[in-house]
Design a protein around this ligand. Sequence first.
Ligand code: NAG
Ligand code: NAG
Ligand code: NAG
Ligand code: NAG
Ligand code: NAG
Ligand code: NAG
Ligand code: NAG
Ligand code: NAG
Ligand code: NAG
Length: 465
Amino acid sequence: MFLVFLYSIYFFIFTTCYGVVQELFVDVPIDHFSLTRNNDTFKLRYLLTEDFYVKGGPMFFYCGNEADILTFYENTGFLIDIAPTFNALVVFAEHRYYGESLPFGAKSLLSPETLRYLTTSQALSDFVCLIDHLNREYYSTMITNDTYPVIAFGGSYGGMLAAWLRMKYPHMVLGAIASSAPLLQVNNLDLCQSFYNILTEIYENNGNCSYPVKISWEAIRNITKTSEGKKNVSEIFKLCRNLVNEADTNKFIDTLTDVYVNLAMLNYPYPTKFLSPLPANPVKMFCDKLRSFGLVKTSLDLLKAISSALEIATNYTGQVKCNNFETTPEQAVDYAWDFQACFELIMPMCSTKYHMFEPTQWNFTNYSNECTKKYNVQPYSFNEVLVEHGGKILKYASNIVFSNGLSDPWSSGGILQNVSNSVVAIVIPEAAHHYDLRGAHPVDSKYVVDARQFHVRQIKSWLNI
Ligand SMILES: *[C@@H]1O[C@H](CO)[C@@H](O)[C@H](O)[C@H]1NC(C)=O
Ligand SMILES: *[C@@H]1O[C@H](CO)[C@@H](O)[C@H](O)[C@H]1NC(C)=O
Ligand SMILES: *[C@@H]1O[C@H](CO)[C@@H](O)[C@H](O)[C@H]1NC(C)=O
Ligand SMILES: *[C@@H]1O[C@H](CO)[C@@H](O)[C@H](O)[C@H]1NC(C)=O
Ligand SMILES: *[C@@H]1O[C@H](CO)[C@@H](O)[C@H](O)[C@H]1NC(C)=O
Ligand SMILES: *[C@@H]1O[C@H](CO)[C@@H](O)[C@H](O)[C@H]1NC(C)=O
Ligand SMILES: *[C@@H]1O[C@H](CO)[C@@H](O)[C@H](O)[C@H]1NC(C)=O
Ligand SMILES: *[C@@H]1O[C@H](CO)[C@@H](O)[C@H](O)[C@H]1NC(C)=O
Ligand SMILES: *[C@@H]1O[C@H](CO)[C@@H](O)[C@H](O)[C@H]1NC(C)=O
């Protein structure tokens, strides 16, 4: 879900803006589902703060997703903001195969052989092991209760995990706040176009520049037909390596597409540092800067204007030397995410001529063939995750809040309607990707503040306080 265009260097400073946090590790089995697992374990990393914990208080458990857990800790301030109200212990668990939670060390991401334990079920079991470990330490006197006061949180894929954690392990987790969790996008061909519908609307509603972006693809295709043109485009976009063939051009176009997706997902009204540093309202910033070039006469001028406008996002710090359009070792994380996207979290997406991107089609045969080429393993079933976790069948679940910002392309696959009295959906107008889980900020809209208050009320009702 997250693809990073730039080299982003994360600094591992543990005195964060949200106070001091302990970095800890727990041993968990590499394979939870084998009785002959030969004691093979690895160290799952987690961050914990007792700063607000008072004995008897609940545990707020963030289900890490596809990146270093520190990234989520620093961009999910909501848990810390409300922890004092609840006397809560706050835990952020890293997802296996990301950050430092590597089952096979540096080799973990290199081959399908080492990646084979990267499944949603294994990840959920890691979380359960960690919760069990912490329950013994903090709630040992409650061992006979029918549940523990553990509240799961998650954003995006982490939100799916939070919801599934509650659904599968209700004896361990009392309730879940699942923000921007695109549960319905998974294995759903009906929603193929929805993501790009919303994305295009976001660019129309924030500076109205979907049109110039849309024609830029044809300009890129035209110009890169010749080797001189490829050189020109490489220079205009300050690429780290020149485009030399059509495969490069395709990769470049995919990468640019990801940048536009990220700007829309992270279109927060104040500057942020999530996947990379971004200004406030990045989509509008980009569109406004693009418009400042006026009417452009040639395709080359259009591309120059776009490249320059994009710098507000790709080079916000002014420190970026060149833009990379291909996978580097630092981006191996994409390899892990793509593996998940190939085998379990298959989210069909396609665009048409009405969208701001090049039209693309989607079918499982083709998708599966591409995955097989990349990993040398054939995805066996389109429906894998639906069978495993229930897909849109949510009526047997309880104590889950699904929240979605309506200006988030991922809301295309979100649960936007109430399912039952205890599986509820809230929609947040004008909010980007899991905005409600961010820390409070002076410019937060009333909608976002209301959503957070809704979460607090739900958690209180689950805890019976
Ligand atoms: C697993 O660990 C236990 C306790 O350390 C030991 O007794 C047992 O032999 C180990 N099993 C294997 C298969 O290594
Ligand atoms: C767990 O049990 C203790 C002792 O019976 C009780 O005081 C507490 O309220 C229970 N907690 C929950 C969440 O049910
Ligand atoms: C948005 O841009 C398109 C083409 O660039 C133009 O036709 C349309 O009028 C603009 N809409 C608004 C609301 O400015
Ligand atoms: C691309 O090339 C075609 C054929 O030469 C031309 O009709 C079209 O206007 C060009 N488009 C752009 C955006 O440069
Ligand atoms: C490449 O750039 C040069 C210098 O700006 C220009 O003269 C030439 O026409 C361009 N070629 C293409 C194919 O864009
Ligand atoms: C980033 O900004 C700096 C300062 O303006 C500039 O020198 C550099 O070329 C830019 N890099 C990219 C990749 O745009
Ligand atoms: C096949 O998959 C590739 C890679 O995902 C994609 O670029 C292409 O558009 C797909 N083609 C069809 C017809 O689905
Ligand atoms: C899926 O896409 C491939 C092209 O990548 C094409 O050959 C095949 O006919 C398509 N299948 C269906 C059912 O559309
Ligand atoms: C779902 O129900 C809650 C009340 O429990 C309500 O506040 C909320 O607006 C409803 N959500 C939707 C999308 O109608």
